[in-house]
Structures are given as C-alpha cells and as structure tokens.
Design a binder for this molecule. Structure first.
Ligand code: FNR
Length: 188
C-alpha cells in the first residue's frame, strides 16, 4: 500500500472498547492504507532528564512514528481529558526540543465511550496538544463513538450497518486527507 498509518490506542485495558474500535477501523479502511500499532505501554514516565540520552524503548517509539506516513489516535476519555499514558507517549514523541516526531505528521482522532458524549471532550483536549506539536489534523468528519453492547465484536466486526458505513466514510476521508497533506505542491 502507498501509505503506512501508525495507530495509538489510548487505553491500556485488556478489555478496551477503543482497541475493538481500532480493529474495526482497520477492517473498513481503504486498501491503500497499511496499519501498525505504535505501543505506548512500555514507555517510562517522561522526564527532561532523558533528553540527553533517550532509552531504547523511547528511540524505537519515535522511529515508529517517523517511519509512519500518518498517525491515527483511537482513545478513551478519562476525566474529560486524554488518558495519562497517551499524554506521556506524546510528550516522549515531542522531545528533545527540535526533534519532535509529530511535527508535520498528518493525524486523525477517534474515540469510543459507553457515555453519550463519546470522548468529545478528550478529543478537544487532544486537538490542542497535537496543534502545539504541529501535526496537521483532519478537522472533519469528527467521530464520537457511543459504544453500546455488541456494537463491535472483540474481533472488530461492526454489527450495525449505519455505524459501519460511518466508520468506512471516516477512514476514506482520512485517506483523502493524508493524500492532500503529503502531496507536494510546488510554489508559484
Ligand atoms: C472513565 N470513563 C469516562 N468516560 C467518559 O465518557 N468520559 C470520562 O471523562 C470518563 N472518565 C473516566 C476516567 C477513568 C479513570 C476511567 C477508568 C474511565 C469511562 C470510560 O469511557 C470507559 O471505562 C471506557 O471503557 C474506557 O475505554 P477503554 O479503556 O475500554 O478503551
């Protein structure tokens, strides 16, 4: 496929509904996109003390971002913000100063919650963080997934036709966005 997408699952839960959502998204995505997860679990808590010499786990993490053409964030909302583990990962990605792996890296955000607000507040929070990190973000469509019992199976099968069509459209829009951002247009 022409483009590789690195995806983050913001949850570390063994029964994560956002991980289920990520599986569903991969299934309905255009064939031009290839996906690999960028794991965040093994990263220590970030400190500037690491800037002089990043540990191997953090170097590999940043390389995984650098070699991706685009990044997809699939995240829950924790206390109306993104989970601490995801923020920690983004802090690692953004440093040391001048070596921000997210700069100019196209991204999109989606999330699922059993609550009706569907991670909307966490997504606003993540948009601010990614703006500061200079990641061009897909503004529309937005996707706030209210996860109900059985909507997506453990293997990522979507059981509702309307939801499947919506998620397919979201991933098609993300593909179009990646092409637009990465297509070089000469000046003048
Ligand atoms: C939550 N949950 C939650 N849901 C929500 O819609 N808004 C919120 O602010 C919060 N806050 C929150 C904080 C903490 C610490 C936990 C553990 C949970 C509920 C959350 O949406 C639910 O547990 C999801 O299942 C989390 O997603 P994963 O881990 O299943 O992908």
């Amino acid at each position: 496929p022409p483009y590789t997408v690195g995806y983050f699952v913001g949850s570390l839960s063994s029964t994560s509904i956002n991980r289920r959502l990520s599986k569903a998204l991969i299934k309905v995505a255009p064939r031009e996109l290839e996906f690999h997860e960028i794991p965040i679990r093994e990263l220590p808590l970030y400190s500037q003390d690491y800037d002089a010499d990043y540990p191997p786990v953090a170097r590999e993490f940043k390389q995984a971002i650098s070699k991706s053409d685009a990044i997809l964030f699939v995240t829950p909302e924790y206390n109306r913000a993104i989970p601490g583990g995801l923020k920690n990962a983004i802090d690692w990605a953004s440093r040391p100063w001048g070596e921000n792996a997210l700069a100019r890296k196209p991204s999109a955000i989606i999330g699922a919650s059993p609550g009706l607000i569907g991670t909307a507040v966490a997504q606003q929070n993540l948009k601010s963080v990614l703006s500061f990190c200079d990641s061009p973000q897909m503004n529309a469509p937005e996707a706030y997934i209210h996860m109900t019992e059985g909507l997506i199976t453990d293997d990522g099968e979507i059981t509702n036709e309307g939801t499947e069509a919506f998620l397919r459209g979201f991933m098609e829009s993300f593909y179009d966005f990646i092409v637009r951002v990465l297509t070089v247009v000469p000046r003048g």
